[in-house]
Design a protein around this ligand. Sequence first.
Ligand code: HEM
Length: 307
Amino acid sequence: QDSWVNSSSGGSPDCCHPDTFWGPTDLSELLKEGTKESHDRAENTQFVKDFLKGRIKKGLFKLATTALYFTYCALEEEMDRNKDNPVFAPLYFPLELHRKEALIKDMKYFYGEDWKEKIQCSDATRQYVDRIHHVGQHEPELLVAHAYTRYMGDLSGGQVLKKVAQRALKLPITEEGIQFYTFENISNAQKFKQLYRARLNALDLDKNCKERIVEEANRAFRFNMEVFDELDKIGRSLVEEAQDGGVPVHDGKGDIRKCPYYADKLGNAAAGCPYHTVVALAKQPIVQLILAACVAVAAGAAAWYVM
Ligand code: HEM
């Protein structure tokens, strides 16, 4: 924070006062700046890197979704509890943001109607959930840090993960299994994020409280990374489930963004890298049968011609 003290003598006389700070004072800016390093670290966890490359097994994706289910149950329970508390109320957007119902749909899709009996909260998720409950009940002014870390992320990188998951796991185009990533009541994520930032900035908080919120957001990032590391470990021991035409979305070597079809892939689930499309087609038994028949006919014709 020391680097924010304006020690320069330029500008208007006001900004020369020793107590005057420059740099962001808006909570949205403080959060963005103050969690930049955490964000970089989270993006670079093995689990997230693999996920972005389309290297995610269905079993692991189910577990990741399960972790989200427990996390959002806690988060939304605490947000409901604090919906009239001025330290949180302006950030209460149940219709637009809440994910619990969407996650229940995903749970049903992956585990069936008896999903509740089949899932359990992992150790790392339990730590995260406990902290959310503690904050919601004893330090509600910090709840905004947890909401910011998850929902702003879901509306940003989450939208990339949605496309990757849908494609890599060959999930239906109807978006079953990825309801979590689909914000039905937000038509423009960019605009909504602007509104969210404005609401963050309008909270009536002193400097110390803002600092504590940034600290808590970094803590929230750490909890997420703990969950990712736990998932990564589990992923190593999971046996890949056989999938139709099971070609990976990308071989994972090199930088996926250099694949000329990558942007297309993210933008349009139906379109794809022609190489992978041809390989996928060639792995279909019916296509193999037709190819074999064509080869046999060609060989027969060649033999007839030679004789
Ligand atoms: C899959 C890897 C990720 C990618 C590609 C990604 C990408 C992005 C991008 C492009 C933005 C900027 C959006 C904007 O300014 O409108 C952003 C913002 C954000 N992301 Fe991520 N992200 C990833 C992972 C995460 C994770 C794991 C978290 C936390 C759990 C997270 C939390 C956030 C937050 C809180 C913001 C809002 C920053 C702000 O504007 O204040 N992201 N992300």
